[in-house]
Design a protein around this ligand. Structure first.
Ligand SMILES: [Fe+2]
Length: 369
């Protein structure tokens, strides 16, 4: 057995003993093989070090497999595996975890000490440092999709929505100042969920009618927390309006169109996209093309037309030239996005043939590979 600090852990290593948080909660079992997600979880709970099994080259648990590519295993790594294998991904995970902890502290301060000024600049600086670790928007989205974890905390969701909202702001050519406000709208949009007991918020299975009513009040709870603060009014409105829909089908006030704050309209799109592309206990994460199909099925009239069309078009374009898995079980490469039918691009099959997905209504893209 050897004791290693978190920064020295690698996927493939095997944990010798169970790992507990300082409050006694078990977060990793003995004999767990480390993955990026498990290492992230350890980092998230600020575990300083972990006891790792000593192995040798003959062992089934040879840790060297984590750093020395095994040709048979690495011959066809998935898209996700390729991203997670990048050395910078681990650094990104650590910064992401630090930022989640900062958001937690800011929320605690805002809730318990509303009289204190909110240092939005500090959190924006940390946020920008995280973004600067992504080379391109595609890289940022790739990292975001691969940070999906068991940890479904409000803080992680707020961070993801802030990242996505900032990207949408860029696609909409917002000024740097506007993008900063939009980022803060995302960071604070679900602060009202902290007013709901964890056992209800994280309850597996269906909510009771009373629980459902309570959860749908979180925009009001959030607004109540934020309204006392001297921060931009758009941040407060985003918390209050992010579940309103342009056709009046949202909540809590059933507002329509122009009555919904513009920035809240962007947060709404980022919020739904993050929720659909995250894994849930009752379903696997949807791939970006399934998320686009879901937006189209639910009805684009629920959103600001310019915002939703720009968002879906840019998300689909992000995956041009990517390899994908189809509902038929075949794999293919996206060669051209069809701007009129974003979920039905032209594909090049593995035998070299080209197919137009529009001609095959039942065929779906189910995974980026
Ligand atoms: Fe929400």
């Amino acid at each position: 057995m050897k004791t290693l600090p978190i920064r020295a852990l690698l996927p493939g290593m095997v944990v010798e003993e169970p790992v507990y948080t300082s409050s006694g909660q078990k977060i990793v079992d003995a004999d767990t093989t480390l993955t990026s997600e498990v290492i992230y979880r350890l980092s998230f709970y600020s575990i300083p070090s972990v006891n790792i099994k000593e192995t040798d080259a003959e062992s089934d648990n040879d840790n060297s497999a984590a750093s020395i590519p095994n040709p048979s295993r690495a011959s066809n790594p998935s898209y996700s595996q390729k991203i997670k294998a990048q050395p910078e991904f681990m650094k990104y995970q650590i910064e992401y975890t630090k930022l989640i902890n900062s958001i937690r502290k800011v929320f605690d301060s805002v809730i318990n000490h509303p009289e204190l000024p909110v240092n939005t600049q500090k959190i924006l600086d940390e946020f920008k440092a995280l973004i600067s670790m992504c080379r391109t928007t595609v890289d940022l989205l790739d990292k975001l999709h691969n940070m999906r974890l068991d940890d479904d905390s409000v803080y992680a969701h707020c961070l993801n929505v802030a990242l996505l909202s900032r990207v949408i702001g860029k696609w909409l050519r917002f000024s740097p100042e506007e993008r900063n406000v939009l980022t803060l709208c995302g960071l604070f949009h679900d602060i009202g969920k902290t007013s709901i007991p964890d056992e209800i918020l994280n309850k597996p299975g269906k909510y009771t009618d009373e629980e459902f009513v309570l959860i749908r009040q979180h925009p009001l709870f959030g607004y109540k927390i934020l309204k006392k603060l001297s921060i931009d009014e758009r941040i407060k409105k985003a918390a209050l309006h992010h579940h309103e829909r342009y056709d009046g089908s949202g909540y809590p006030q059933k507002l329509e169109g122009v009555d919904i704050d513009d920035y809240a309209g962007i947060i709404a799109i980022a919020d739904v996209y993050d929720a659909t592309t995250a894994a849930r206990s009752y379903r696997s994460p949807l791939c970006p093309f399934q998320a686009i199909a879901m937006f189209e099925k639910e009805g684009l009239q629920k959103y600001n037309t310019q915002y939703i069309l720009t968002f879906l078009d840019r998300i689909a374009s992000t995956y041009q030239n990517n390899r994908v898995l189809l509902s038929s079980g075949q794999s293919a490469t996206i060669v051209m996005i069809n701007s009129k039918h974003l979920t039905k691009p032209m594909l090049q099959m593995d035998d070299g043939s080209i197919i137009d997905m529009q001609a095959q209504p039942d065929l779906e893209i189910v995974k980026i590979i």
